[in-house]
Design a protein. Structure first.
Lengths: 114, 115
């Protein structure tokens, strides 16, 4: 039990579909993140939220839309994705954005775009 | 540019032996954190150990220790007394304190522990 839960664990979607990834943390953390992990590439930061405000958007295409309704929940809304968007999407949280204690990650959503 | 380099794509170690996973980093920031994460085949990233750039002593957490050499910009992970359950991908990461929580990851090292 890592304290960060992601749903669904696996998702297959067509390029015209709209879907959402959900992340939930019960650690009392103030910062939440979305990362993308593609095969043979380092993890890439997508978005950072601190106290429900987006503080970083790492040049992510607009077909990815994050939402943070409260400090415990983070969503990633997906629409008109491309096959190259197939990857493992990892959510993480940390006490604060200044990381001195390490981020806690969820188990990820394995996304396949067909 | 900030970058993490892990030069060992794969490593083998005999059970009960120690192993060192290499990590070098490149940054012009003075204040940053260095981290190691473990990723088993199930996918989750498990935080192992943290070293602050101003910490003079090497960090230790159980069987994990971080060999921090600031002048050489290296942050190698040492795992003592390897166990079969240590087989996984290991990622080195850096977080500059002034960059809003961003973790910069290396490409990872796949560690296989042999019985």
């Amino acid at each position: 039990e890592t304290g960060v839960t992601q749903t669904p664990r696996h998702l297959v979607m067509g390029m015209t579909n709209k879907k959402s990834l959900k992340c939930e943390q019960h650690l009392g953390h103030n910062a939440m993140y979305w990362y993308k992990q593609s095969a043979k590439k380092p993890l890439e930061l997508m978005f950072v939220y601190s106290l429900e405000e987006r503080v970083e958007n790492n040049s992510v295409p607009s077909r990815f839309s994050p939402e943070c309704p409260n400090s415990s929940h983070l969503f990633l809304h997906l629409h008109t994705l491309q096959p190259e968007d197939s990857a493992l999407y990892l959510c993480a949280s940390s006490q604060d954005v200044v990381q001195r204690t390490g981020a806690f990650f969820g188990q990820g959503t394995r996304l396949t775009v067909v | 540019a900030q970058k993490i380099t892990q030069t060992q794509p794969g490593m083998f170690v005999q059970e009960k032996e120690a192993v060192t996973l290499d990590c070098t980093y490149d940054t012009s920031d003075q204040s940053y954190g260095l981290f190691w994460y473990k990723q088993p085949s199930s996918g989750e990233m498990i935080f192992l150990i943290y070293q602050g750039s101003y910490d003079e002593q090497n960090a230790t957490e159980g069987r994990y220790s971080l060999n921090f050499q600031k002048a050489r910009k290296s942050a190698n992970l040492v795992i003592s007394a390897s166990q079969l359950g240590d087989s996984a991908m290991y990622f080195c990461a850096m977080s500059p304190y002034n960059q809003g929580g961003k973790l910069i990851f290396g490409q990872g090292t796949e560690l296989s522990v042999k019985p």
